[in-house]
Design a protein around this ligand. Structure first.
Ligand SMILES: Cc1cc2nc3c(=O)[nH]c(=O)nc-3n(C[C@H](O)[C@H](O)[C@H](O)COP(=O)(O)O)c2cc1C
Length: 201
């Protein structure tokens, strides 16, 4: 089968089911008044390492606002934290995607503990194995064929917290973290196995 996105023959567009698993950036931010916000974003990835940079993309209908709360907060305060959901916190991650009012704290809604971040104001998710403390570098408006207004947010990772129990002999024990990643539809997967391959050079 071949199709173009403009003439998609499926009832449910499978695009997001074709690129998987997608890591989930669980983004915490605060507004100018210090109200905390937390939401998952699976248009998310690491994009550079010197300095480390990450991106996520936020899509919102133009009305009532072009920006979701996370992006509105990040534009206000220029800071955010990337947290990671695990098989233990997966339901709380899902709950935090609720379209809550801007001043409603999803940490409270999802009953999640906060840990004070070291370099930025937004709190870290205490139960996340890793927290990336980020400063906003740039935003980019992406092409849109509809009223959807999608913005790519690029952040520089200024500080990295890793729970000590996930560091073994100077390496990160990634599988032990049980990160949750997104597939298509309502499907998710957990990272629970690995294999290694050396580069051919
Ligand atoms: C697993 C998961 C991944 C998501 N990924 C995205 C995404 O990449 N971009 C986006 O705009 N919304 C995404 N959403 C929806 C947002 O989390 C949702 O709109 C949320 O209410 C936004 O919160 P905020 O307004 O507090 O930023 C995702 C939801 C879930 C459950």
């Amino acid at each position: 089968m071949f199709y173009t996105p403009k003439k998609n023959p499926f009832t449910i567009d499978p695009f997001k089911s074709l690129i998987f698993p997608r890591p989930i950036g669980w983004i915490s931010s605060v507004d100018k008044k210090g109200n905390a916000n937390l939401a998952p974003y699976s248009y998310f990835n690491a994009i550079a390492d010197d300095p480390p940079q990450i991106m996520f993309a936020s899509a919102a209908p133009e009305l009532p606002s072009k920006f979701k709360d996370s992006l509105a907060n990040i534009l206000e305060t220029k800071e955010f934290v990337v947290n990671f959901a695990t098989s233990i916190t997966r339901k709380q991650m899902n709950l935090s995607s609720l379209d809550a009012f801007k001043d409603q704290d999803e940490f409270v809604i999802a009953n999640l503990k906060k840990r004070k971040s070291r370099l930025v104001k937004p709190p870290s998710v205490a139960d996340s194995p890793v927290n990336l403390e980020c400063k906003l570098l740039k935003t980019l408006k992406l092409k849109s064929n509809s009223k959807k207004y999608t913005t790519m947010i690029v952040g520089e990772v200024m500080g990295i917290f890793i729970k000590d129990k996930f560091i073994k002999k100077g390496r990160v024990d990634s599988v032990a973290m049980r990160y949750v990643a997104r597939m298509g539809y309502s499907e998710y997967t957990t990272v629970s196995s690995k294999f290694t391959m050396k580069r051919p050079d």
